[in-house]
Ligand binder design. Structure first.
Ligand code: ADP
Ligand code: MG
Length: 394
């Protein structure tokens, strides 16, 4: 990795400000899924074990630059304390006198969580004054919030103008894992792409086509590919203005000898609802008044066969409307197949795809499931993420 990491950084006695992503799902003021908190533990523990004063900062929700009572981080400080097995101090401000005195009172090994950085408009505007105020709390900056690395905000980018900046362990693992399939993959390398829309995935497809050996396509975007091949799509989600891009993908796969695998059969439904009447039809013969909701059983079988010969797989995008149990089979079968490919590198990116894998209880069976939804997509697009670019080079 090209960026400096926490591994080789002296933190003893230092005040270390860590940008974490504690934007956890909450219901009724309680944390409903603490995976993001757990993901930050290696960095926090390392800092505590090495005598650092740990200052954590995060965003939560979308308070848009004003104090929103429901977006305070108090409950998260409490949740983190439970997971850490030690109390976490909570400061009801992230800059200014309250934050300053909380930091001044910190002993080595203690953990402080600052208030939601997005209570200040300067955060998302990457305002130098706000970045400087945050930086003034610490001697060293660690970015462990991969999920926010695609945003140039004060706590992800601006702050690095005032402090030495290194990546935390979660950030490091994300970069190593996601780069491993893009830069130097074990081959054959397949990309399984799905999700709702082609337009969301154009840049990803553009970047991946030159790197992969197989492209397997499912999800709602199949309709646009079917249209590109001149067949009817019924009421399926069709992006008329993307048909020519789909055609281009088909042509490029031929020229660049990327094996393109499209569904032979699809599950179609009468309408977009969980218990809509449905049937399996040939993908080239979608009847009027029906829409694609999932890949069909023959498609799943051929996708599985294609995947099982691969040494690396990158998966982004559910195969169907997995939120409805009746249309979740394709996504489940692909998830289970990747989970069983213990000799292959299996990387999952994208918010919904990660959610689907979590629902299936398969997170631990994959080589890596990215914690960064939008950030992982931008990484697959080959973009330089501002939060990573801002860290010190090795
Ligand atoms: P990710 O967040 O992993 O990148 P996307 O946001 O691209 O994934 O797509 C996820 C969404 O795609 C899911 O909400 C799923 O219901 C939807 N989807 C998958 N297949 C279809 C389909 N055939 N028709 C409509 N929506 C679909
Ligand atoms: Mg998404």
């Amino acid at each position: 990795m090209q960026k400096q990491t926490l591994q080789n950084t002296d933190v003893h006695g230092k005040r270390v400000i860590v940008r974490v992503d504690f934007n956890v799902p909450m219901s009724n003021g309680k944390i409903s899924d603490d995976n993001r908190i757990r993901a930050a533990l290696p960095t926090i523990q390392h800092l505590r074990d090495n005598g650092a004063r740990v200052i954590l900062c995060s965003h939560f929700g979308r308070p848009n630059g004003i104090v929103e009572e429901t977006s305070r981080l108090g409950p998260i400080a409490e949740g983190l304390g439970k997971v850490l097995g030690t109390p976490v101090i909570y400061a009801q401000e992230c800059i200014g006198p309250i934050a300053n005195s909380a930091v001044a009172a910190l002993s080595p090994g203690e953990v402080l969580l600052l208030e939601n950085v997005r209570f200040h408009p300067g955060e998302e505007q990457n305002e130098p004054a706000f970045a400087k105020a945050l930086a003034s709390l610490a001697d060293l900056y660690v970015n462990d919030a991969f999920g926010t690395a695609h945003r140039a905000h004060a706590s992800t980018a601006g702050i690095t103008n005032y402090l030495p900046a290194v990546s935390g362990f979660l950030m490091q693992r994300e970069l190593e894992m996601l780069s491993s399939v893009l830069d130097n993959p074990r081959r054959p390398l397949a990309a399984v792409m799905g999700g709702a829309k082609v337009s969301d995935k154009i840049a990803v497809l553009e970047n991946l086509l030159g790197k992969i050996d197989k492209l397997i396509i499912g999800g709602g975007m199949v309709a646009t590919f079917i249209k590109a091949m001149g067949a009817p799509v019924g009421d399926s989600l069709l992006e008329v203005e993307r048909v020519s891009f789909a055609q281009e993908v088909i042509t490029r796969c031929t020229h660049w000898t990327v094996e393109l695998v499209l569904p032979q059969d699809v599950v179609v439904a009468r309408d977009f609802s969980p218990d809509a009447p449905s049937q399996v039809v040939n993908a080239m013969e979608i009847p009027d008044g029906w829409r694609i909701m999932d890949i069909g059983p023959e498609s799943a079988a051929s996708f599985i066969e294609e995947l099982e010969t691969c040494k690396s797989v990158l998966w982004n995008g559910p195969m169907g409307v997995f939120e409805f149990p009746a249309f979740s089979h394709g996504t489940r079968l692909i998830g289970q197949t990747l989970a069983a490919m213990t000799d292959a590198v299996t990387i999952v990116g994208g918010g919904s795809t990660a959610e689907a894998v979590a629902d299936l209880g398969l997170v631990d069976k994959m080589t890596h499931v990215s914690t960064g939804g939008g950030a992982s997509l931008e990484f697959f697009e080959g973009k330089e993420l501002p939060g990573i670019a801002a860290l010190m080079d090795k």
